[in-house]
Design a protein around this ligand. Structure first.
Ligand code: ADP
Ligand code: MG
Ligand code: ZN
Length: 325
C-alpha cells in the first residue's frame, strides 16, 4: 500500500531516533563497563588486532594455515576471558553492543533493500494516528457505560429501554472480546445521546488493545478530508486506502455529511467495498431508516441492513439527563 511522502519521512526520522538512542545507550553502557573493568577495553583491542592479523595472513599467503589456527586460539581465549570477566561483574557481552528495537534490521527499516516488517508496522501506525487525529479516539470504555440512564418503563412501542440496552451492551462487549478481522459489521441506529458513540469507542479501545488497526471517524470530517485530497495536487495521501483496509472501521454520524454527489458516492464506495471484502465496519446514525432512505440508494441501504448486525438504541437523551443531574 502506498503512503504519502511525509509518512515515510516521519517513519524514517523515528527509526533514525531509535538508532541514535541505541547507539547512545550502548556508548553509555560501554563507558561504564570500561571504567569499572579496564581490562575489557584491552581485550577488545586485542581481539580487533587478531582479526587484523588474520586478514593480513590471508593476504600475504605465507604459513597461512598454522598462523590462522594460532590466531583462532588467541581469539577464542580472549573471548572466553571477556565473557567470564563480564559475567562475574554482572554484565553480558550483549551489554557492549547496541540494543536495537528490531533485531532483524537494526532499526534501519530495510533488509537488503526489502522493507522490514517493523517499518511496515510503523508506517501503518503513523497513518492511523494521523487519521484518528481528525476525530480523536477519546477514551471511553464499557466500565463507564451505565445502564441506570435507561428507563425500566416500556416506551411508546412497548419496549423496555434498559432491557434493550443491557442486551446491546452485552453484545458489544462480546464483540470486542472476540474481535477478529472476520467479525461481523454493525449498524447502530437511534436518536442522539443514547450512547452509540460511547459504545463504538469502547469497542475501538478494546480492539486496539488487542493490537488491531482501528480507524474511528465521523463521516462529515472524513468525506471532506477525502474531497480535499481528491481535488488537491497531493491527491494520493492514502486516506481512502486506509479506510478501506484497516481492521476495524468506525463511521460515526452517517447522514450528517453534506449530501453532495461526491460525498454520496464516496460513502457508497467505501461501505460497499468493505462489505464486499467482509471487513468489519461499525456505522452509527441518528437518522431513522426512512431518513436514510432519502439520502442513499436502496441498494446501499439494503446491503447495510442486510449484512450488518442491526442494533437499535432506545431511551432518552443521556446528555440532557446528565446535564440535569
Ligand atoms: N450508558 C451511558 N452511561 C454513561 N454515559 C453515557 C451513556 N450513554 C451515553 N453516555 C454519555 O452521554 C454523552 C452522549 O453519548 P453518545 O455516545 O455521544 O451518544 P450518541 O452517539 O448516541 O449520540 C456522551 O458524553 C457519553 O459518554
Ligand atoms: Mg454519536
Ligand atoms: Zn526491522
Amino acid at each position: 500500500m502506498g503512503y504519502s511522502r511525509h509518512i515515510y519521512e516521519k517513519a524514517n526520522s523515528i527509526l533514525s531516533l531509535r538508532r541514535q538512542n541505541a547507539v547512545q545507550q550502548a556508548d553509555k553502557k560501554r563507558e561504564e563497563i570500561y571504567s569499572k573493568l579496564p581490562r575489557v577495553r584491552e581485550i577488545e583491542r586485542e581481539l580487533a588486532q587478531t582479526g587484523y592479523r588474520a586478514a593480513k595472513a590471508v593476504v600475504q599467503g605465507e604459513d597461512t594455515r598454522e598462523q590462522l589456527l594460532k590466531l583462532r586460539d588467541t581469539n577464542l581465549r580472549l573471548q572466553n576471558e571477556l565473557q567470564l570477566l563480564l559475567v562475574k561483574n554482572g554484565y553480558t557481552t550483549a551489554d557492549l553492543e547496541e540494543k536495537y528495537r528490531c533485531m532483524m534490521c537494526s532499526d534501519k527499516g530495510y533488509i537488503d533493500g526489502r522493507m522490514c516488517d517493523c517499518m511496515k508496522l510503523l508506517l501503518r501506525d503513523i497513518a492511523f494516528r494521523e487519521l484518528n487525529e481528525l476525530s480523536p479516539l477519546a477514551p471511553s470504555s464499557f466500565d463507564t457505560f451505565s445502564l441506570d440512564h435507561y428507563s425500566n418503563d416500556p416506551d411508546e412501542n412497548g419496549k423496555i429501554p434498559r432491557k434493550r440496552m443491557e442486551n446491546i451492551l452485552q453484545f458489544c462487549k462480546n464483540y470486542a472480546d472476540n474481535f477478529t478481522v472476520h467479525s461481523e459489521s454493525i449498524y447502530m441506529e437511534g436518536a442522539t445521546g443514547l450512547g452509540k458513540t460511547h459504545l463504538s469507542l469502547a469497542i475501538a479501545g478494546a480492539v486496539i488493545d488487542k493490537g488491531y488497526g482501528v480507524i474511528y471517524c465521523s463521516l462529515p470530517d472524513i468525506v471532506s478530508k477525502i474531497e480535499r485530497e481528491h481535488f488537491s495536487n497531493d491527491y494520493y495521501t492514502g486516506t481512502l486506502a486506509h479506510l478501506e483496509s484497516c481492521d476495524l472501521l468506525i463511521l460515526d454520524d452517517l447522514g450528517t455529511e453534506y449530501p453532495t454527489p461526491f460525498n454520496k458516492s464516496c460513502v457508497y464506495n467505501l461501505v460497499n467495498k468493505r462489505l464486499l471484502m467482509q471487513k468489519p465496519t461499525i456505522i452509527n446514525t441518528n437518522l431513522t431508516k426512512q431518513e436514510i432512505k432519502g439520502l442513499y440508494s436502496d441498494r446501499l441501504i439494503s446491503r447495510m441492513l442486510g449484512e450488518q448486525v442491526y442494533l437499535k438504541f432506545i431511551g432518552k437523551d443521556i446528555r440532557l439527563k446528565k446535564g440535569r443531574e
